[in-house]
Ligand binder design. Sequence first.
Ligand SMILES: *Cc1c(COP(=O)(O)O)cnc(C)c1O
Length: 350
Amino acid sequence: MAKTSLMSTGTLTVDLAAMAANWTALDAMSAGETGAVVKADAYGTGIGRAARRLAQTGARKFFVAVAQEGADIRQALGPDPEIYILSGHMSGDTDIIADLNLIPLLSSIDQMLRHFEALPGTSFGIQLDTGMNRLGMEAGEWDAVRTLVLPQNPKLIMSHLACADEPTHPMNAQQLAAFIEMTGGIDAPRSLAATGGILLGPDYHFDVTRPGIGLYGGLPFTDAHPVVSIELPIIQTRDVAVGESVGYGNTWIAQRPSRIVTVSCGYADGILRAMGPKTTLFAAGVAVPIAGRISMDSIGVDLTDAKDVPSHLELVGPNQSIEMLAQNAGTIGYEILTSLGARYARRYAG
Ligand SMILES: *Cc1c(COP(=O)(O)O)cnc(C)c1O
């Protein structure tokens, strides 16, 4: 692969073919139609490119968190795909929902009244709370309004699972039962499963599934193809003597004559300080440890054991996954992906 050795930023490569393969695999598992969740800039991979590729691969229903993200999708995909807004219909969103034909997933009676009053006769869906207590109407609210809502032909009735990444968690069956109880006998299409819910099996799939993280190569979809790789350019090389220190706070002291390189990338690029002590980079496949604290824009790396100094080091790739970085930082792949930020040179492969 071509290296961007003239550039001082890290290179973040998004493998669109891998993303498409992940959607196709989750689609093959899904009993009904498979949507695509592309909120938060498609989990940091780039909403326009991701959405276009997923649409080419067959996705027709896209889910975003907020209306402004819906505008980005509409611009990328044109008039046909359905674009669902997970935060529903907030009062400032009416114009953008109307102008771009977005579908708010109404999560409260307030939102329902707002939508029916401001945009009567336009598309909407309903979010039900089945126990997560995050977004959605509770059973009592839904009972009070369902005879009002159902004749307006909701495009989708959905809920969200709190513990789907733990297949044996009793919450899964409880939420499934609650969803069936709240939606039994309804004609409108139903949706309960995100990536984790797809893996729980067809009982959880209903008419539409909503995978996000699995498209981008993350757990709990263990069979996912990796989508994101990151290479960092070396911007300085030095030899340090025994007893010299590297980085803020002098936390790393040379125990032997050492070759230290500085790569361009830091916690401002989502490479959290917390992952430093457990994380290595790779020089042509050889593990090379981080030396000292991760700075905002740079990281020191001990290259003493590498044969020579390459132009770039691998941070995420065949030797180290996003999930491994997440583990090193005590967090989840979702948080690493969506924290990577805007400073990388982004390339699209596949
Ligand atoms: C983020 C989100 C999804 C996608 O979840 P993944 O675990 O990333 O597959 C689906 N539905 C809702 C309501 C969400 O908030």
